[in-house]
Ligand binder design. Structure first.
Ligand code: DLL
Length: 433
């Protein structure tokens, strides 16, 4: 464990720390960021009104739109001369979201990322291959600084060039792989293609995140790599990776709540939901200097658990993110999450866990097609067997989704492999090409 003093802190001490930091941050943003002052004034709440942690609920939410309206630096709470780093999240439409860090913010980020690596059993003897992209995306540099702070040997290889990735993994003795789960799956295939003997690798853990994935996909990655595959979560607006991470108990992600206060709300009403209920994650940054967001609506769906973990950590845990509020597909009135489809596909014998969901409207009806890759062995089967497989997958999908999805089996290696966040859904109804 990187920082047992904080990670195992008694709950009342965490809360006292949160309150003190929250009050300080709320005062700062009110003072320094006109957009927050306006929002707070409109809601009729002053920084002095925040006397308990529950008073957080009196503050208005911040949404992606607020950041857009103040693009690029309008919500920074320090003068630009104190900003030492900028990152941004790509966003599919319009202007990106821009986030800034002071020197101290970068140190906090390294600290929370060292905890993340610690959760995966890392220490200064670890060799961390950072396969998340470096650049404006927070993945690469985020893991990088945490890994260096911990004293790990850090390989800043970034994404891409899969053959080189597996060669370096073997030659440099990588022990922890950091990349998206979809890229980890693609790399597992390259390992086989390159005939690299898995038993010669020193790899023991993967810290996978930046996109939704399922427990079924975890089992698959653990099987293919022979490692511990752990979920790590974060978003640029809060800090990047380092918001929360799983330990080897795999029972939720430990939130670094001495820096980020989590809440779960009903996405429709905005009401805070009790612990254990599924809803939208909201975070408040209480130590960030350059870009402290207050009650930021992530659109990610999860639940919170407060009981201490068997590992000894007392920090609040969040359930693996099962989807986003804007991820949900409504097909003929039925709510469908891509993660439900993934959990079925990963388990099917004869199909590879590479898939693409295509949604369209044909006439007045929504139409959903799930493309799945055949495995090499299934591909050489006779037509009847392939047809049986197709029917079986369609049946299993029906069982989970309660609606008929078309299943199209495609040839091995024809679904595009991604180096970063995989694109799983093409929704032609909203104009996706
Ligand atoms: O993806 C930060 C990150 C980098 C996290 C590397 C983990 C590892 P953004 O590009 O701003 O930041 O995207 C944030 O990605 O709101 C979620 O919807 C999704 N996401 C991130 N981690 C997970 C995860 C980075 N473990 C958005 N499970 C978030 C599910 C995730 N979704």
């Amino acid at each position: 464990m990187w920082n047992p003093k904080v990670e195992c802190m008694p709950r009342k001490d965490v809360q006292a720390l949160q309150l003190e930091r929250l009050r300080h941050t709320v005062g700062r943003v009110y003072q320094n960021v006109p957009a927050y002052r306006e929002k707070f004034d409109k809601a009729g709440v002053k920084p002095q009104d925040i006397k308990t942690l529950e008073d957080l609920q009196r503050l208005p939410f911040t949404a992606k739109d607020d950041l857009r309206q103040n693009y690029p630096f309008g919500m920074f709470a320090v003068p630009m001369e104190d900003v030492v780093r900028i990152h941004s999240s790509s966003g599919t439409t319009g202007k990106p979201t821009v986030v800034g860090y002071t020197r101290n913010d970068i140190q906090v980020w390294a600290e929370v990322m060292a905890r993340t690596i610690g959760c995966a059993g890392g220490d200064k003897t670890s060799v961390v291959q950072v396969t998340y992209g470096y650049g404006l995306f927070t993945g690469g540099l985020g893991v990088h600084y945490g890994s260096e702070l911990m004293g790990c040997t850090t390989i800043p290889i970034s994404g891409g060039n899969s053959k080189r990735q597996v060669m370096i993994m073997e030659d440099f003795g990588t022990t922890i792989l950091a990349c998206t789960p979809s890229y980890a799956l693609a790399l597992a295939e390259v390992l086989v293609e390159e005939k690299i003997d898995r038993s010669k690798l020193k790899l023991r853990a993967g810290i996978f995140g930046a996109e939704p994935w399922t427990n079924e996909m975890r089992d698959e990655l653990e099987k293919r790599w022979g490692i511990l595959a752990l979920d790590i979560y974060g978003l640029s607006e809060i800090i990047g990776p380092g918001v929360s991470s799983e330990c080897d108990r795999k029972c939720g992600l430990h939130i670094n709540e001495d820096h980020f206060i989590p809440e779960i709300i009903d996405p429709e009403t905005g009401n805070v939901l009790p612990d254990g209920e599924l809803g939208e994650l909201v975070f408040t940054c209480v130590t960030k200097e350059a870009f402290p967001v207050i009650r930021y609506r992530t659109r990610d769906l999860s639940r919170l658990f407060r009981e201490p973990c068997a590992c000894g950590r007392t920090l609040t845990r969040m359930e693996r993110v099962s989807g986003r509020t804007d991820d949900m597909l409504i097909i003929r009135g039925v709510n469908v999450f891509p993660s439900q489809i993934e959990s079925v596909l990963v388990k099917v014998e004869g199909a590879e866990p590479h898939y693409l969901i295509i949604v369209d409207r044909v006439g007045a009806l929504d139409d959903i097609e799930v493309q799945v890759e055949l495995s090499d062995s299934a591909f050489s089967d006779e037509v009847r067997k392939i047809e049986d497989l197709r029917t079986r997958i369609a049946g299993e999908l029906y069982g989970v989704l309660g609606l008929h999805a078309k299943v199209k089996l495609v040839e091995p290696k024809t679904i595009e492999r991604s180096m970063g966040k995989a694109r799983r859904v093409i929704d032609k109804r909203r104009g996706d090409a």
